[in-house]
Design a protein around this ligand. Structure first.
Ligand code: GLC
Length: 646
């Protein structure tokens, strides 16, 4: 039983005893429930004698933050608690977008609520909308404020009108909490630059290169091409400051308890904008230690859980998403382990599945994916994934080398093959992607590009080849079919629902040209959307309609709720990915052929995993039963079936 469950019990008890349990006393009960954990975690991070007083500062901060939580959101917290693990429901389908690139601003977004409804999307991840520096700002991930809305998006009023309307449309909202760093224009950074030592201690600042050089011995580089190294010299301050990401993103020093307490206030300011899920950005980097990689450190986990425990006291209805794009075995840890199991983040990006899907497309085989997802420990019952194919970032090839070796591949050569496949180095590959941050020191590189271009649609359209166009469309739908059925919240990247290709205009923009992730951050093409009904045979229409149908089917079948029940079958045909989703006595089997030729599965094997054949089962996608040819089920290139026994 995790802490959330205890809070659910408290809320229920409070409701039964009407009148007795005012919201204030509910707060006190919640605090009492989490207090010993909060204390343990706080003092495990902040062990110095002089840190003691900050614990009392934290306690009074919790009280004042609760007081400031708007009454309607306090009510919503209780409603969310009562609805249990709502985030595991099959009814939720997400979309991620840059508000300005989607439809100009917050009011523009509001105008598109009917677009989401038509497609079946009811969960939005809005990327940063708060103030940021002019010019380069990492798409808003360099923050000047955690709660002041950037005028280019609108006003706070616009946002509150939007959230109200969104909520009336049963829409869930997610915003980013850029927890690892602020911009170099943030008020603390400005004070630090002006020489205020108090605020210099909010960041990792050093007068000479001694400690930075020590750090550099083990810290990896995140943007080795555009922002090499992990420190930036600030002439105003006459000091070096830690900047693991871009040189204008200053890493916060959580070794200072004041930083944690202030950031808790910022977290609440964001939560009070009326969001349901908070995306903890780059949270693997939160704690830095000399001599260490400084990613996924135990202290980072403690800190995240401490944020979680405090947030739960103030706003138990708000949940956390871990943006930990790290090795498969490390991702699972963000759900919390041991005493913190279920007490860290409720949701995490399924970055492993995402990277493995791209691997399966390039190798045309599902075997590495099957091995990896079956051998990694499963997540806790209360947790769920965000399943996705693409997002605004690059694709990192985070495979477990042991599993790659088990496939008889050499990990370095294999990575190089995947990079070559997607980044235009293999003549026969239809993929059109770009190499991101290639590091000649270790041969590491990542991939950028839109789903459609990486899956060959751009090449196919250029060649005007109907067959290849069809293959690309089928691949796009097959990949989406997996994220919609795998178990978790599917997150569609805006534009992918209409097969948007790479956008090369970033090359002409001086604020973007050094960061080719902009190739997969296109403006939403409303012209294409307006033609979806008329142009019945266009690739966009086929993709949109196919996706809409799959979303409808997901919501219709309760097997697709995430009850931690997925069974991934080791299929005798290495090109076919097969898994089963169940609820009570019902099952649906998802079969996906990653090969460019027809593949077969024998009736004996299908029966062994529980699939009836002949007229006793149907493919939900077409509503038809499937035919066997000589006791074999055939799957056309990139074909996907959602099989249900009847
Ligand atoms: C996350 C964001 C990415 C950003 C980085 C630094 O990884 O997804 O876009 O560059 O954090 O904030």
């Amino acid at each position: 039983m995790n802490q959330a469950e205890l809070h659910r019990l408290l809320a229920l008890k409070g409701q039964k005893k009407k009148g007795v349990s005012s919201s204030k006393s509910l707060f006190e009960q919640r605090l009492a429930t989490n207090l010993s954990l909060i204390k343990t975690q706080f003092f495990s991070l902040y062990q110095e004698k002089e840190h003691r007083t900050y614990f009392f500062t934290l306690l009074s901060k919790l009280e004042s933050l609760f007081k400031d939580r708007p009454a309607n959101l306090k009510k919503q917290d209780i409603a969310r608690l009562n609805s249990g693990n709502w985030y595991q429901s099959e009814q939720i389908v997400g979309m991620q977008m840059y508000v300005d690139r989607f439809n100009k601003d917050i009011n523009g977004l509001k105008e598109k609520l009917s677009y989401f409804e038509d497609l079946g999307v009811n969960f939005l991840h809005l990327m940063p909308i708060t103030t940021r520096p002019e010019g380069e700002n990492d798409g808003g991930y360099a923050v000047n404020s955690y709660h002041e809305i950037d005028p280019k998006y609108g006003t706070k009023k616009d946002f509150s009108v939007f959230t109200k309307e969104a909520r009336e449309n049963n829409m869930f909202l997610m915003l980013d909490f850029v927890v690892n760093h602020t911009s170099d224009e943030f008020e603390w950074a400005q004070k630090a630059k002006a020489g205020d030592l108090h605020y210099q201690n909010y960041y990792y600042t050093y007068s000479d290169r001694h400690i930075p050089d020590e750090f550099e011995k083990t810290l990896p580089e995140i943007f080795p091409q555009s922002a090499p190294g992990n420190f930036t010299y600030n002439a105003e301050m006459e000091k070096w400051v830690m900047t693991c990401f871009n040189n204008y993103q200053w890493d916060l020093n959580y070794r200072n308890p004041e930083v944690f307490i202030e950031m808790l206030g910022n977290l609440m300011a964001l939560a009070n904008l009326g969001v349901d899920v908070i995306r903890f950005d780059a949270l693997a980097f939160l704690w830095k230690k000399l001599g260490a990689l400084s990613q996924n450190l135990p202290e980072a986990h403690t800190l995240i859980s401490l944020f979680r425990m405090c947030l739960q006291v103030i706003a138990p209805g708000v949940i956390l998403l871990a943006e930990a794009i790290v090795a498969p075995r490390n991702i699972i840890k963000y759900f919390g382990e041991d005493i913190a199991e279920g007490n860290e983040c409720e949701v995490a990006y399924n970055a492993s599945l995402m990277a493995l899907l791209w691997n399966s497309i390039a190798t045309k085989k599902a075997s590495l994916m099957v091995k990896s997802v079956t051998e990694i420990p499963s997540k806790p019952n209360d947790a769920t994934w965000i399943n996705y194919i693409r997002c605004h970032d690059d694709i990192g090839l985070g495979y477990d080398d042991d599993f790659v070796r088990a496939m008889s591949y050499n990990p370095t050569a294999h990575k190089q093959f995947i990079l070559n496949y997607y980044c235009g180095k293999l003549e026969w590959s239809p993929a059109k992607g770009l190499m991101f941050m290639y590091n000649p020191k270790n041969g590491d590189g990542r991939i950028t590009g839109s789903t459609a271009s990486l899956l060959g649609l751009e090449t196919a359209l250029e060649q005007n080849n109907k067959n290849i166009i069809d293959y690309a469309i089928t691949k796009i739908l097959m990949m989406h079919g997996i994220i919609l059925t795998y178990g978790g919240i599917p997150m569609i990247y805006a534009g992918d629902e209409i097969g948007t290709l790479n956008d090369y205009s970033y090359e002409q923009n001086e604020d973007q040209v050094n960061d080719n992730r902009w190739v997969n951050r296109p403006m939403q093409n409303w012209d294409i959307v307006s033609k979806l009904k008329k142009e019945k045979d266009s690739s966009s229409t086929i993709i949109f309609k196919g996706l809409k149908n799959m979303i409808r089917l997901r919501k219709k079948h309760s097997v697709f709720a995430d009850n931690n029940d997925i069974i991934v079958h080791g299929c005798p045909n290495e090109h076919v990915f097969v898994y089963q989703r169940t609820f009570e006595d019902k099952s649906v089997w998802i079969l996906s052929n990653f090969n460019e030729v027809t593949e077969t599965l024998n009736i004996g094997w299908l029966l062994s995993i529980g699939i009836h054949t002949g007229i006793n089962s149907i493919d939900l996608l077409t509503g038809k039963s499937f035919e066997l040819i000589h006791d074999d089920l055939t799957l056309k290139p990139y074909e996907q079936l959602w099989i249900k026994n009847i």
